[in-house]
Design a protein around this ligand. Structure first.
Ligand code: AMP
Length: 210
């Protein structure tokens, strides 16, 4: 299974990638998680890119391409993948296409999770992430949730889920990432999935098109 999940920030890519990854035992590759891990550990890369992630700008392509190349050379993509947050612009998509050509493999599908802007702002403002197992929760739906129900880890709000940064991330999505919908549609790979409703409902819709 070789899948790219597309969608605005807050569309549910991370949640859905996690579920599909467990169901089919295929690696979930989230460039956002990789970058946040680098920042948390104050690595050389983390220190270079934190300003972009914290302000909602895209991290320069060369860093991202390097991360994906490392995944390829370490064999982590050999048995399939679910890409979440990559590619993020046309340059990355074209480079990814070239990398896959070199490996002689093809994408199966690109799933675009479509959600209204109001819903996205609501979801991002209420989102909490488990600092330990990375599960994603909605603060509103889960009432007074303080600890992760799965592992007891602390639930944190992402720094870039503040109102101002959300606005910027949505603008960046419109300018940089939305054009990928046409790019993959022209390649005959795109499938649109309604991203409204509960996580379980969205998973059902995705499973139907896989
Ligand atoms: P995400 O977790 O996918 O919402 O990503 C969080 C942030 O990480 C983004 O706002 C960007 O700053 C950065 N980021 C993640 N993936 C990419 C990518 N493929 N290209 C550039 N920046 C990225």
């Amino acid at each position: 299974m070789r899948i790219v999940l597309l969608g605005a920030p807050g569309a549910g890519k991370g949640t859905q990638a996690n579920k599909i990854s467990h169901k089919f035992n295929v690696p979930h590759i989230s460039t956002g998680d990789i970058l946040r891990h680098e920042i948390k550990n104050s690595t050389e890369l983390g220190n270079k890119i934190s300003k972009y992630v914290e302000s909602g700008e895209l991290v320069p392509d060369e860093f991202i391409i390097e991360i994906i190349k490392n995944k390829i050379s370490s064999g982590q993509l050999e048995n399939g993948f679910i890409m979440d947050g990559f590619p993020r612009n046309l340059k990355q998509a074209k480079m990814f296409s070239e990398m896959l050509d070199e490996l002689g493999i093809e994408l199966d599908k690109v799933i675009n999770i479509a959600v209204s802007e109001d819903e996205i702002i609501n979801r991002l403002s209420n989102r909490r992430i488990c600092s330990s197992c990375k599960s994603i929760y909605s603060f509103n739906n889960d009432g007074k949730l303080e600890k992760c129900p799965k592992c007891g880890g602390e639930l944190l709000k992402r720094k870039d889920d503040s109102a101002e940064v959300i606005k910027n991330r949505l603008e960046v999505y419109e300018a940089e990432t939305r054009p990928l919908i046409d790019y993959y549609s022209d390649k005959g790979l795109l499938v649109n999935v309604d991203g409204s409703g509960s996580a379980e409902e969205i998973t059902e819709r995705i499973l139907k098109v896989l």
